[in-house]
Ligand binder design. Structure first.
Ligand SMILES: C[S@@+](CC[C@H](N)C(=O)[O-])C[C@H]1O[C@@H](n2cnc3c(N)ncnc32)[C@H](O)[C@@H]1O
Length: 286
């Protein structure tokens, strides 16, 4: 094993990134995979020893429960990402990047620059693994160590982000974890940083925060035993009216239902609620 075991995020929100890497590793191993993320297994292998056997079994069981929907979600974001590159966008910001490896795995052109924002504990684990396996990004990659609840704008600008270029903002599960107040602040901040033509894809999830898998996720994040009850997250995502906010902040929005987006992917992930989907937003010229 490596000497990184002490850096493994075994609890806290950064731990959720390990779960998503496990999901991407599982997808990558399939013959009918929707995408390939060869680095995901390296992250899973590096994390495993830090978790210990029982906790790892809990994490992988949880990843299994989220697998179908989450892995299709990765593919949908890949498709949006490529479409944005093809449309000429060169600046991307991952809000809560976790163990994302798009800078390495998508063969993106050198003109593309990806800014990865996440907490220090995420990068304390991620960067040594990338170094150890010798991963080389095909495009520009900027690590932005910041908490989205603090002044992440300064950290982003200090990393070389340009406000005069259109940006594609990617939220793949982080905004849903912030309180509504912080969601609003993040959206307001990114709107102020967005040149005309910028893109933002926000998920509208009708969360089941009381469901068994979400309860177990909260327990693992809080680092408590499987039978301990943990409080619900403060925001029900169904109340998160990002479409209206984006409109007021100068974005044109279009809702795309999840069922419509996954129709061609051949996976059993359609949902009974047609309100679930993505709000695709384009920044208007002022
Ligand atoms: C479910 S993971 C998803 C990671 C990545 N987007 C992916 O799909 O693999 C959520 C990520 O958001 C990060 N995150 C949560 N709250 C954050 C905050 N306040 N500031 C920065 N990052 C945060 C976590 O550390 C974690 O890496």
């Amino acid at each position: 094993m490596t000497g990184q075991t002490s850096n493994v995020p075994v609890a806290g929100v950064a731990m959720t990134a390990v779960g998503v890497a496990v999901i991407r590793a599982r997808e990558t191993a399939r013959a009918d995979r929707l995408y390939a993320d060869p680095l995901a297994q390296a992250f899973a292998d590096a994390a495993r020893a830090g978790f210990g056997e029982q906790r790892w079994a809990r994490l992988t069981a949880l990843a299994d429960q989220f697998y179908e929907g989450r892995t299709v979600g990765v593919r949908l974001v890949d498709d949006r990402f490529r479409a944005a590159v093809d449309a000429g966008i060169g600046q991307f910001v991952l809000l809560g990047a976790g163990l994302d490896t798009r800078a390495f795995r998508m063969d993106l052109p050198a003109r593309v620059r990806i800014f990865e924002i996440d907490l220090p504990e995420t990068f304390a684990f991620k960067e040594p693994v990338l170094d150890r396996v010798g991963a080389v990004a095909s495009c520009g990659r900027h690590v932005v160590v910041a908490d989205l609840r603090s002044d992440w704008q300064k950290a982003l600008l200090d990393s070389g982000f340009r406000t005069d270029l259109p940006t594609s903002w990617i939220d793949e599960g982080s905004l849903g974890r912030l309180t509504q107040q912080w969601n609003q602040r993040v959206v307001t901040t990114l709107s102020g940083l967005s040149a005309p033509g910028s893109l933002f894809g926000a998920s509208r999830l009708i969360a089941e925060p009381d469901g068994a898998r979400y309860r177990e996720l909260r327990r693992m994040v809080a680092d408590v035993a499987p039978d301990v009850e943990v409080p619900l997250e403060p925001v029900a995502e169904a109340d998160f009216d990002i479409e209206r906010w984006l409109g007021e902040l100068g974005w044109d929005t279009e809702f795309r239902s999840w069922n419509e987006m996954v129709a061609g992917l051949g996976r059993p992930v359609t949902l009974p609620d047609p309100r679930i989907g993505t709000i695709a937003a384009v920044r208007r010229a002022d």
